[in-house]
Design a binder for this molecule. Structure first.
Ligand SMILES: [Zn+2]
Length: 434
């Protein structure tokens, strides 16, 4: 009966279908993100009036309200950046931004393949960084300063930015050149070789991070001898863990937020404690926090995370290898001139549009990350004490002004760490069972 409608539907070619799918993806992901953010703000606002019963003993009303205000300020600002990001994405693609840059470069550097490709990626990165700069500035000197977390001076902000730009150029240029060279010379399976070299590169960066990269930004001093060091060394022995050293990092020069982490890998792994963590927590609590980090190693989370990253980058390169030769991919994303299609262009387009389609994976990734946090907590409870970890978490959540009343749906979608009350609830049940 309705077949005539189908017959009269205007014929869409591959390129138009792809444009349509892309636009639907943008509208759906931005819409969903804004909807979740709005829910989160309303939920936090609705629960701002009173401290939830399970925290009544450990959280004061002013601290609870400060966390609520901080969460709302950051979420509202996130809504603005979500919209701006979407506008920038559309401007670079369907708006013809990348086409324009490629056109200018074709005039400026007519011959050189490598130079033109490098300048395309460099130019794009420069423009997006410049657009992001006022937002990063506001986040640091607006929100973080308003809530008393920021310790960074304007001078440090600028030197940080210059250093990371320089680092990006120094590390990124050879890698990009290598990939471009493989594309030119390695035949149909170039993407496998390119992927392998990216994996090797990531391992190399991990390897030099603690000794070469991180000292560019922070000071690392060996943890002084004393009871804390003894406690930590006993913990490491108990867990059968070898570390290349215990360090204290001057995190306080940027922010009051506190943390602890491991860097590097193999026997050269370094354990790093923020000076802010040592200042705020007692010995037992620090031990529990470190045991949690050790739990991530012992339960193979670090190893699995790396494998996942390698797997995902293989998919990325396979996709890039395929899309690079498809005219509809370039045209569907706003490239009018076929001569502007190139490997670097395909790379930029894929990096730009992929998040639109992988947005739906967020709940799955967040879920698996939260599951790992529970496993690390359970390990810490086993090796140290659940009570000490509860005290540490309460203090950390409070000091970082993390809300204890997030919107459940927003949290399921975005939170890599479980909300405080769920995490502490689990630990309490461990203590009760023991
Ligand atoms: Zn963790």
């Amino acid at each position: 009966m309705r077949h005539w409608i189908v017959a009269h539907r205007p014929h869409l070619n591959e390129m138009q279908i792809f444009t349509l799918i892309f636009l639907i993806g943008v509208v759906a992901s931005v819409g969903l993100e804004l909807w979740l953010a709005r829910r989160h703000v309303s939920h936090v606002a609705a629960n701002r009036g009173a401290v939830p019963a399970e925290f009544a003993a450990s959280l004061t009303l002013p601290a609870h309200q400060r966390a609520a205000d901080y969460t709302m300020a950051r979420t509202r600002f996130g809504m603005v950046t979500t919209l701006i990001d979407a506008v920038v994405l559309l401007a670079f693609t369907l708006g013809g931004g990348l086409d324009l840059i490629a056109g200018q470069l074709a005039i400026l550097v007519p011959g050189g393949y490598y130079l033109r490709e490098l300048l395309l990626v460099g130019g794009f990165t420069l423009i997006t960084s410049a657009i992001g700069l006022p937002f990063a500035w506001y986040r640091t000197f607006g929100i973080e300063t308003d809530f008393g977390f920021n310790q960074m001076t304007r001078k440090l902000f600028i030197t940080d930015m210059l250093k990371s730009t320089l680092l990006g150029v120094v590390l990124g240029t050879p890698l990009l050149l290598a990939i471009l060279w493989f594309i030119q010379t390695a035949g149909a399976w170039w993407w496998v070789i390119a992927w392998a070299s990216v994996c090797a590169f990531m391992l190399f960066v991990q390897l030099i991070a603690p000794t070469v990269i991180m000292p560019l930004f922070n000071k690392f001093l060996p943890l002084e001898d004393g009871p804390l060091k003894q406690t930590i060394q006993k913990l490491l022995e108990r867990c059968g863990f070898t570390a290349g050293g215990l360090f204290v990092m001057d995190g306080s020069k940027r922010s009051r937020h506190s943390n602890a982490f491991f860097s590097g890998f193999g026997a050269a792994k370094r354990i790093v404690l923020f000076d802010t963590l040592i200042e705020k927590l007692g010995q037992e609590e620090i031990e529990a926090v470190l045991a949690h980090e050790l739990g991530h190693f012992k339960r193979k989370h670090i190893f699995k995370g790396m494998l996942t990253m390698f797997g995902m980058s293989l998919l990325f390169f396979a996709l890039l290898g395929y899309l690079m030769d498809q005219a509809w991919f370039y045209q569907g994303l706003g490239l009018i001139y076929p001569s502007h299609a190139s490997p670097a262009m395909a790379l930029l387009l894929l990096m730009l549009v992929l998040p639109v389609f992988t947005f739906v994976l967020h709940p799955i990734l967040s879920y698996s990350s939260r599951k790992r946090e529970f496993e690390a907590d359970a390990y810490a409870a086993e090796q140290t004490s659940a009570a000490a970890l509860i005290r540490a978490l309460t203090r950390i959540y409070d000091d970082n002004a993390a809300t204890v009343t997030p919107d459940p749906l927003h949290s399921a979608f975005h939170d890599s760490h479980p909300p405080a009350f769920i995490r502490i609830g689990r630990l309490k049940s461990i203590t009760a069972a023991a």
